[in-house]
Design a protein around this ligand. Structure first.
Ligand code: NAD
Length: 490
């Protein structure tokens, strides 16, 4: 006989596990079906492992410039990364956080079914255990409501050579045993650029190939231009308008290298063929990383059989997270609306609150976007180019970190806070930050955008001194009629 639940959630990533905890807090009996480890992409192969590795890279960068802070190192050339130890720390952090979620599941008495979920009807799910056998007592769950939170999978680039040795992706790069001397990253999106910022300081020569006219296309143009200067300083080569068409082994070069004719090319084992406005071109590297996006994960879910509306592979849900099938909800990457962990979690809370009778809609107006490069990039609301395109009347106010006391004390002065304000009332429509701790600083501006706070109101909030947050207050002051920042004069 099927076990009965108020809510069954397919997928235990940041969408599914947060929904499960929130639902239990509201009194529901909850089951989660997860085919791998709890935590999904974010905890296991996404946000958490990459940010852990990035911390190691920041320590390395700080040590290399220890001299600037008056700290002497006898043999600076001996400061070097140990990839095995960096990866071991990454694994330990991931394990600790996954264990934390497992502990919360136990504490909240959430039933976890390890296996692949499949919809049998709008209120029945089958669970196929990962070993492939169907265990009789776990065959079927019955639930008054089901939430689909299956996330996304790495998009494959359908080109010749994609399966060659040395071609990696954002999952397999997390198991690297040795640092490649050179790496071509196909795709200049968030993943491509974050990994360029990891690998280049570790000593790998990085080339990004991006098909579109710019890398990081959703970023504000001015911020991107400033950021590209930092990428250049790292030695990252960026080729835009470069559509990759094939990858092949670098046979001839390898032969020469073996003969000792060209020792430099010994490491260049793969040739990437790409086309640009100038015609066909090639680039060679020891490894190639593919980072061309992610696609909703709907394989084997049984969506079509029960009549769920979907567009290509993304499940369509409304702002209450309801699909077209009654009592069936969809949240997170599987909806392809905004593929970010914090959005999935927020959507999960909205779904369970609606199920439990607390009517709520998801508010997409103020979603933070964070990119963990050095310097960090963070934003909320539209870019300046988007405001221009939609004809909104706006004004801009900026403040540079180079003029901020706290930024000077920590020697991280590159970047700005840029506010986009409504022309009439000075309401904060959007904010774009490049600079130290931008990914944390943005929280205050998310609140400002969500609550339609004006520059004047924000400028009157007392910010602690000396802190990086003062850059926000200064930028706000610059947007007030008759005022300007205190510590910066144009
Ligand atoms: P993306 O969509 O951000 O970028 C992929 C890039 O690859 C695009 O710029 C695209 O034009 C390019 N591309 C596609 N085909 C190409 C080809 N044949 N040749 C050259 N370039 C090509 O995807 P991503 O960077 O893989 O990230 C996937 C998802 O993960 C995104 O939704 C992202 O928001 C999310 N993510 C977020 C964070 C964060 O919040 N810090 C970090 C990593 C990933």
């Amino acid at each position: 006989m099927a076990v009965k639940y108020d809510i069954a959630i397919v997928g235990g990533g940041p969408g599914g596990y947060v929904a499960a905890i929130r639902a239990t807090q509201l009194g529901a009996k909850v089951a989660v079906i997860e085919k791998e480890r709890l935590g999904g992409t974010c905890l296991n192969v996404g946000c958490i492992p990459t940010k852990t590795i990035i911390k190691s890279v920041r320590v390395l960068e700080e040590m290399r410039r220890a001299d600037r802070f008056g700290i002497e190192v006898d043999h600076p050339e001996t400061i070097r990364p140990n990839l095995e130890k960096i990866m071991a720390r990454k694994d330990a952090v991931v394990n600790q956080l996954v264990a934390g979620v497992e502990g919360l599941f136990k504490a909240y008495k959430i039933d976890l079914y390890k296996g692949r979920g499949r919809l049998l009807s709008p209120n029945r799910v089958s669970v196929e255990t990962t070993s492939g056998s169907i265990s009789p007592e776990l065959t079927e769950l019955e639930a008054s409501n089901i939430i689909l939170a299956t996330g996304s999978a790495i998009s494959r680039l359908p080109i010749p050579g994609i399966d060659l040795d040395g071609v990696i992706d954002s999952n397999t790069i997390l198991s690297l045993k040795e640092l490649p001397q050179s790496l071509i990253i196909i795709g200049g999106g968030i993943i491509g650029v974050e990994w360029a910022g990891i690998m280049a300081p570790l000593g790998t020569k990085v080339t990004i190939l991006e098909a579109l006219p710019n890398i990081l296309l959703p970023v504000d143009d001015e911020i991107r231009q400033r950021f590209q200067v930092s990428l250049k300083k790292l030695g990252v080569v960026v080729n835009t308008g470069a559509k990759v068409e094939a990858i092949e082994p670098t046979i001839s070069r390898r032969t020469e290298a073996t003969r000792g004719l060209d020792p430099h090319s010994q490491s260049e084992k793969l040739t990437v063929h790409f086309s640009t406005a100038k015609g066909p071109q090639t680039a060679t590297a020891q490894m190639v990383m593919v980072a061309v996006g992610r696609s909703p994960y709907t394989e084997g879910l049984g969506l079509a059989e029960i009549g769920v509306n979907f567009n290509r592979r993304a499940v369509i849900s409304n702002e209450r997270m309801e699909t077209n099938v009654e009592h069936l909800y969809a949240i997170g990457d599987v909806t392809q609306r905004i593929m970010l962990a914090h959005v999935a979690s927020a959507e999960g809370e909205v779904a369970v609150e609606n199920i439990m009778g607390h009517s709520r809609v998801m508010d997409y107006r103020a979603i933070p976007n964070c990119i963990y490069t050095n310097p960090e990039l963070a934003s909320v609301g539209p870019t300046e180019q988007e405001l221009k395109a939609t004809g909104v009347r706006y004004k801009v106010s900026k403040f540079p970190f180079s003029a901020l006391g706290r930024a000077v004390t920590i020697d991280e002065t590159s970047g700005i806070v840029k506010l986009l304000l409504s022309e009439d009332k000075g309401e904060i429509l959007a904010a774009h930050i490049m600079g130290p701790d931008a990914t944390d600083l943005i929280a205050e501006l998310v609140l400002a955008v969500k609550e339609q706070i004006t520059a004047e109101e924000l400028s009157q909030i007392v910010h602690a001194h000396p802190t990086l947050s003062e850059a926000i207050q200064e930028a706000a002051l610059g947007g007030v009629k008759g005022a300007s920042p205190i510590h910066f004069k144009r």
